[in-house]
Design a protein around this ligand. Sequence first.
Ligand SMILES: Cc1cc2nc3c(=O)[nH]c(=O)nc-3n(C[C@H](O)[C@H](O)[C@H](O)COP(=O)(O)OP(=O)(O)OC[C@H]3O[C@@H](n4cnc5c(N)ncnc54)[C@H](O)[C@@H]3O)c2cc1C
Length: 285
Amino acid sequence: MIPGSFEYYAPRSLSDAVNFLAAHRDDVKILSGGQSLLPLMKMRLSKPGFVVDIGRIPGLDTIAQEGNHIVIGAMATHAQIEYSDFLKKQCPLLPQTATTIADVQVRNRGTIGGSIAHADPAGDWPATILALDAEIKSVGPNGERWVKCHDFFLGLLMSVLEPDEIVTAIRVPVTGNDKTAYLKAAPRSSGFAVVGVAVRIAVDGAGNCSRAAVGITGVTDKAYRAERVEQILTGKKLDAKLIENAAAEATRNIEVIEDINGSSEYRTQLTHVYAARAIESALTG
Ligand SMILES: Cc1cc2nc3c(=O)[nH]c(=O)nc-3n(C[C@H](O)[C@H](O)[C@H](O)COP(=O)(O)OP(=O)(O)OC[C@H]3O[C@@H](n4cnc5c(N)ncnc54)[C@H](O)[C@@H]3O)c2cc1C
């Protein structure tokens, strides 16, 4: 439980951080909240020679509205998002998700940028940002780029990020009157999702579902959008039978994993149940 030795660097600017990363590209890790990196280093599953702490770079933890979007700095902690009155009004799915992450200690240190960069297939944020059609901003030696979250995650702990790229912000839409919910089934010992379901539904004046977005995590090697569920819901009045029929399609075309938390049959059934509950919960508030 003691990490290997490494050189620690705490730059005060993004450009210094990027230069340092580029210089040590093959042997360096970015430190944000440390809630995933430090356990890995202590177990010697990760042994970087250099660690760049981006926590002292100013301006990386702000949450601000820009037109119809909200830009959240990568260093915003889970707790900052959980308690943000602004987000509770403008994009409640974010605080709804944050409250379910781990415990108070982890939420106080862990960051949204670190979680997304880590690309844990059981992490909560990937499901939610998929349901929000978020974009992820990163900065590297070639400048900055925005990547749609649908293109960001590649698989187990893998994303399109280069080792010398820093996630700096996440952009999500203001969701206004949309109905949202995040529900997950998780063992008490870790808090990590066996299945987590993020739902965003818009209902038109006639009471029909005009748009549905359902992001699911914990079920396969990366979070995904349950497109078949969305298709079944869209354009219809959402009653219990329709929701049940739609939720039954939550793992359509997905290779459901099995692990110590359950067989793939168990997870498939759990995903069905949690998809239905999350849709109901979004509609009933
Ligand atoms: C006991 C426990 C329970 C947990 N339960 C949950 C849970 O229920 N749900 C959940 O979603 N998570 C859970 N987590 C993980 C937690 O949310 C972490 O905060 C998160 O996974 C990583 O965020 P971080 O800021 O701590 O990143 P770090 O640990 O600092 O970094 C994680 C990885 O991402 C890289 N990285 C970090 N920041 C950036 C960046 N800005 N740009 C590019 N790369 C970066 C690092 O180099 C490292 O590889 C749990 C953790 C613990 C210890």
